[in-house]
Design a protein around this ligand. Structure first.
Ligand code: ZN
Length: 277
């Protein structure tokens, strides 16, 4: 099992150059590139070709672009912007060998029915999947475990992915988001593991379901999520078991030296990985 780092975990004090060096130092096999700030900031001083050369000459490899935000139920103008962002990520992906784009659903939609949400999400993901396929890339839908998110449980995401029915469109299972709105292990057990493209590893303080926020995330194995149940179920349904990616958004960890975040994150993740794989 490989371990990846998601750049969100140390985003406030780090940057892409530092993140890459720390992945090498602590033995992270892969990295998820933040497309909101880390990658664009890097590209102010470097070229995408330089990043491609770095990945060629180092052990760490790119796992995914994170994140293509708020793709569904948008105005035609806004959706055109989403597709432009996707095309940009695909061009970068061609150059650096990154095969997956993670997308998250729109939040704070008002008075939009579940049927309308599903219809929009399916249409958008079909079109986005077709664009990604031109580059041999995949789209991975990450449901968000919060009441305001338009797709917020595993089951909702799974129904959408089944309806999209494309080989290159699947799901990101983020353990925090899985727990956040009470997604059911029994639903995960009925899914096809080949459709689980990315797994985000984390844990959380034990606040009530529906009230959890990203800032409540803690090191894997130090919170209340039954990570073993999620990981063992993923194994049973035929998930590839290739890589898990550490993704935290904790203000307390943001204040730490990124070197410590990478060091502790590796140690905590390894404990959970080693007892499951
Ligand atoms: Zn995530």
């Amino acid at each position: 099992m490989k371990l990846s780092m998601n750049e969100a975990t140390a985003v406030e004090k780090s940057n892409l150059e530092t993140d890459l060096a720390l992945c090498e130092k602590y033995g992270y096999d892969m990295i998820e590139l933040r497309t909101m700030e880390c990658l664009p900031d890097y590209l102010k001083k470097h070229s995408i070709e330089e990043l491609a050369a770095y990945f060629k000459s180092h052990k760490v490899k790119p796992l995914a672009f994170n994140t293509l935000c708020y793709f569904n139920s948008r105005t035609p103008e806004d959706y055109a912007g989403i597709l432009a962002e996707l095309r940009q990520m695909c061009e970068w992906g061609d150059k650096i060998g990154c095969k997956t784009v993670i997308t998250v659903p729109t939040v704070d939609l008002h008075k939009v029915t579940r049927a309308e949400i599903h219809e929009s999400a399916i249409a958008c993901l079909k079109e986005m999947g077709a664009i990604a396929a031109e580059h041999g890339m995949r789209i991975s839908l990450e449901f968000i475990g919060h009441p305001a998110a338009s797709i917020n449980t595993f089951q909702e995401a799974w129904e959408i992915i089944q309806a999209v029915d494309r080989d290159n469109v699947g799901i990101t299972v983020d353990c925090f988001h899985f727990h956040g709105m009470g997604s059911q292990i029994s639903d995960l057990a009925k899914a096809d593991g080949k459709k689980i493209f990315i797994v985000h590893l984390n844990d959380t303080e034990d606040f009530p379901i529906g009230s959890l926020l990203d800032e409540d995330r803690v090191w894997p194995g130090t919170g209340c999520i039954d990570l073993d149940a999620i990981l063992q179920t993923l194994k049973k349904i035929g998930w590839k078991q290739d890589v898990v990616s550490l993704e935290l958004f904790r203000p307390e960890y943001y204040k730490m030296d990124p070197d410590d975040v990478y060091r502790i994150g590796k140690a905590k993740s390894d404990i959970v990985i080693q007892r499951n794989f």
